[in-house]
Ligand binder design. Structure first.
Ligand code: ACO
Ligand code: LMR
Length: 264
């Protein structure tokens, strides 16, 4: 019989060898003919399957809502400073992307992990939040620098409204809201933030769509796919900030002395 030479790489998401490239077995012509959007392409390349329209639309809404949040946030600030130092697009982009992490935009996976674990174990919001406090861990998905109990994040409300009218179940989101009710009783800045909203709602998407086995959901949460949504989304804004600075011919940035506390 034929002997297959061992390969150095295994790949399961795309194939460029035929007449036309395929994403998870779906040819490019089908993607174009059926009017697929970026949510469908993410479904194919990240989740290796076509997801129902309400799921792909949810993915697209996450991307649109997280594309930018002004020039003052960590990522945009880094990108602006880098572009003003005369660096190229890729350098300016990655300089901003590198700020995405546990405090900024990269708390989605941990929010999903902790909310899922707490909900599945039947912890009350009080038990969950207090157990996190005992461990000295801030609850991922809770808290914001400028949003407050009396100045909610519109993005979170929009995601919640979409899920309420399109998802079969929002049990994880409801749990996250109960957690928020408890944290808001402690301090007014401890709102459910956009990372927490996406983390909990994606759990509802995975569990409610009927497209994933329990084992697959656990793997997605364990590997941590969901910060990818913020990375992808915010790249759009960071690229925009780079062009903006170049267009404005902004000079090299230097932080003002007056804004630094020089001390021993
Ligand atoms: N869980 C528990 N307590 C919290 C949390 C939290 N998630 N966030 C803040 N607190 C507490 C702090 O312990 C602090 O109390 P202390 O001074 O007694 O220690 C108090 O609230 C005020 O905290 P600050 O440090 O002033 O909050 P800050 O505005 O600096 O932090 C941040 C904002 C980084 C978002 C914070 O809330 C946090 O770490 N949240 C978890 C990570 C997260 O979800 N990040 C994503 C934000 S959304 C986005 O980036 C798109
Ligand atoms: C963001 O989307 O960048 C934020 O929610 C963070 C912020 O401080 O506005």
């Amino acid at each position: 019989g034929r002997v297959r030479a061992p390969t150095h790489i295994i790949s399961t998401i795309s194939d460029d060898r035929g007449e036309e490239p395929c994403y998870a077995g779906v040819p490019m012509s089908t993607i174009v003919e059926r009017g697929y959007g970026v949510g469908d392409v993410i479904s194919l390349l990240w989740f290796k399957r076509s997801l129902p329209r309400y799921c792909t639309q949810f993915i697209e809404i996450c991307i649109m809502l997280c594309a930018d949040h002004g020039p003052c946030v960590s990522g945009a600030h880094n990108t602006i400073v880098t572009a003003r130092a005369g660096k190229d697009l890729v350098s300016s982009l990655v300089s901003g992307l590198l700020t995405i992490g546990p405090r900024f935009g990269g708390a989605i996976d941990d929010a999903a992990r902790y909310f899922k674990d707490a909900f599945d174990r039947g912890l009350t919001p009080y038990e969950f939040v207090e157990s996190m406090k005992k461990k000295g861990i801030r609850v991922p998905g809770i808290g914001h620098r400028i949003k407050r109990g009396d100045n909610r994040d519109k993005r979170v409300e929009l995601l919640q409204e979409y899920a309420h009218s399109h998802f079969p179940s929002v049990k994880y989101m409801d749990y996250a809201v109960q957690v928020e009710t408890y944290t808001l009783s402690k301090a007014n800045n401890l709102v459910l933030n956009v990372d927490g909203a996406i983390g909990s709602l994606f759990l509802d998407l995975l569990a409610g769509s009927g497209m994933f086995s329990k084992q697959e959901i656990d793997e997605i949460v364990e590997i941590g796919y969901l910060n990818g949504l913020f990375v992808l989304a915010r790249s759009i804004g960071l690229i925009g900030h780079t062009f903006d600075q170049k267009r404005l011919k902004q000079p090299l940035y230097r932080h003002p002395w007056e804004d630094v506390l020089y001390t021993k």
